[in-house]
Design a protein around this ligand. Structure first.
Ligand SMILES: [Zn+2]
Length: 194
């Protein structure tokens, strides 16, 4: 696979903040699952729980995400998360009480299921931002809403990205990578001139 080696250095860093009422272990588990799902398609995603002391070069792809308890009122009642695929930081927001309802509807009380549903919602939103697109697929992770059969796949961590979505993610990352490299270059040029 050409270009794969170069991609290995391109880590997506997601700065994740969460409401203190969201169980810490759920957040940690969800990030481990999400990292694993992305690794399955050759994309390296790392979650960070605190901001860097200073933001040095922005060569890595840096996104921001938060897990909140309630959705803002303007959000439709079916939305469990939102993101801004066209902003550099993506501004991903997950609404925990709605995600909880989502897994409760599947009639299982397993903690692993709770965490993995959170992971898939997080993964879906990160993918939107990496694709720089609000497009939805008819199957897999990027479906607008998951069916009962999808939830069975989610439960075992086996719900996959459609191949087209993997291409969109890789192309989107390439664009972001080039844009950030270009921005850094411009920043260093303007610093040099001072
Ligand atoms: Zn979506």
């Amino acid at each position: 696979m050409a270009g794969y080696a170069a991609d290995a250095n391109r880590t997506v860093a997601v700065y994740l903040a969460s409401d203190a009422r969201v169980p810490r272990d759920s957040v940690r588990n969800a990030t481990v699952w999400s990292t694993r799902i992305f690794a399955g398609i050759g994309v390296r995603v790392e979650f960070r729980f605190s901001r860097p002391v200073r933001r040095g070069d922005r060569l890595s792809l840096e996104l921001e995400a938060s897990i909140e308890i309630e959705a803002p009122e303007e959000r439709s009642f079916t939305e469990v998360a939102s993101s801004h695929p066209f902003r550099p930081d993506g501004r991903i927001r997950l609404y925990y009480s709605r995600i909880q309802r989502l897994y409760q509807l599947q009639h299982t009380e397993s903690q692993q299921f709770r965490d993995i549903v959170l992971a898939y919602v997080l993964t879906h939103e990160i993918a939107h931002v990496l694709q720089a697109s609000d497009h939805h697929s008819t199957v897999g992770v990027m479906k607008k809403s998951w069916s009962r059969a999808d939830f069975r796949e989610i439960q075992t961590g086996n719900l996959q990205f459609e191949p087209r979505d993997i291409d969109l993610i890789r192309n989107g990352m390439e664009r972001r990578w080039n844009t950030s490299r270009h921005a850094n270059l411009l920043a260093s040029v303007s610093t040099d001139r001072r």
